[in-house]
Design a protein around this ligand. Structure first.
Ligand SMILES: Cc1ncc(COP(=O)(O)O)c(C=O)c1O
Length: 361
């Protein structure tokens, strides 16, 4: 009998998400600089919070995430009622697509935008629309020009991954102001914590009804493995998202780790300062050997090579030494490698390996 079990239209057209590699065949001691993780690890307070939870794992976790939402609200001066937590900000992105778009609707993302915008739009049956950037920077005019009566969502990451660049508050406000009435702007602030004094669009969220922000504990807070992200938006939007959120979408371990992390403000400040110090050092070291990069506002550098061939050869050279960085050809950047800012030793090692590669070339 032939199976009649088929997926919804469009699902099989989704390209699988490719994560950063973690292994190199035949190399045991790798340095992983491919997933924008915090090289210093999670806050010791988060580790302790997870240990403390262990004996209680027979209990279901909180369904309303009140303790975590309250902590986020206190630290960022936000109304906890307008915060929603998800299993990574990936889940908030998926909720937004599931709730607000369907077949016939368009979802705008930028040329080098994060892959999950496209994947989540397609999973909801909608049509992703890619808009050009200007020299690897989000182009507000291009986004506004691409809007149609079918545009329901616009995703921009600010700062952006994998470019590391960002646009200023006035540009973001101009974008929010210029969108059609039926369009919701999503400001993805996965890397917002790396920018000193940046509100990630909070003021816009609080003064407009067409702007939502997403945030994550996976980057600066070092909780990528725990899967915690959150969104902040107008009450009406958060009410919609909460209807499709599973009641136990975050484990007790994840909730405890995130709450402890966000309250450990001195560890956060320490990690931010270390990242800024080694990011500047690495950018300079690469520039000295002829590898250019845009000023990064994140915890990675997008290193540009002469062409795709050189980037590919350099990647293979680094891998042979156990250094894993990220090829970003799938993000329309074949000539670049994205290098996460590691600890001092990793930064020095990747810089000297790239210098040796350029010297030999
Ligand atoms: C721009 C951007 N948004 C969202 C995410 C998703 O992060 P998470 O689901 O771990 O919160 C990432 C992770 O790489 C990212 O780079």
């Amino acid at each position: 009998m032939t199976s009649q079990i088929i997926a919804q239209p469009g699902i099989m057209e989704i390209d699988l998400y490719e994560g950063g590699a973690a292994h190199v065949a035949g190399v045991s001691n790798v340095i992983k600089l491919s997933s924008n993780e915090n090289p210093l690890g999670p806050s010791p307070a988060a580790v302790q919070a997870v240990r403390d939870m262990a004996a209680n794992m027979h209990r279901y976790p909180s369904t309303d995430h009140l303790a975590l939402r309250t902590a986020i609200g206190e630290v960022h001066t936000m109304d906890p009622a307008r915060i929603i937590c998800g299993a990574g900000s990936d889940e908030i992105i998926a909720f937004l697509c599931q709730a607000f778009v369907g077949p016939g609707d368009e979802v705008i993302h930028t040329e080098h935008g994060f892959a999950m915008y496209r994947i989540s739009a397609q999973a909801a049956g909608a049509t992703p629309v890619e808009v050009p950037e200007r020299d690897r920077v989000t182009d507000v005019d291009a986004i506004l020009a691409a809007c149609t009566e079918r545009t329901k969502l616009v995703f921009i990451a600010n700062p952006n991954n994998p470019t590391g660049t960002m646009i200023g508050a006035a540009e973001v406000a101009r974008l929010a102001e210029g969108l059609p009435q039926q369009t919701l702007l999503v400001l993805d602030g996965a890397y917002a914590e790396f920018v000193d004094g940046f509100d990630a669009g909070k003021a816009l969220v609080e003064t407009r009804d067409n702007v939502v922000m997403t945030r994550t504990f996976s980057k600066l807070y070092g909780l990528g493995g725990a899967r915690v992200g959150w969104g902040y938006g107008p009450q009406a939007i958060i009410d919609v998202l909460n209807r499709i959120r599973g009641p136990f979408n975050l484990s007790g371990f994840a909730l405890a780790a995130a709450e402890a992390s966000i309250r450990d403000t001195s560890y956060v400040a320490f990690c931010r300062a270390e990242n800024a110090k080694w990011r500047a050092w690495l950018a300079e070291a690469l520039a000295e050997v002829g590898v250019a990069s845009d000023t990064s506002c994140t915890n990675f550098i997008l290193a540009r090579f002469a062409d795709g061939k050189e980037a590919e050869t350099c990647d293979a050279y680094l891998q042979a030494q156990g250094l894993i960085v990220r090829r970003v050809a799938g993000y329309n950047l074949p000539q670049a490698l994205r290098i996460t800012i590691g600890d001092e030793a990793s930064c020095r090692q990747v810089a000297s390996a790239i210098a040796a590669f350029k010297g030999a070339a």
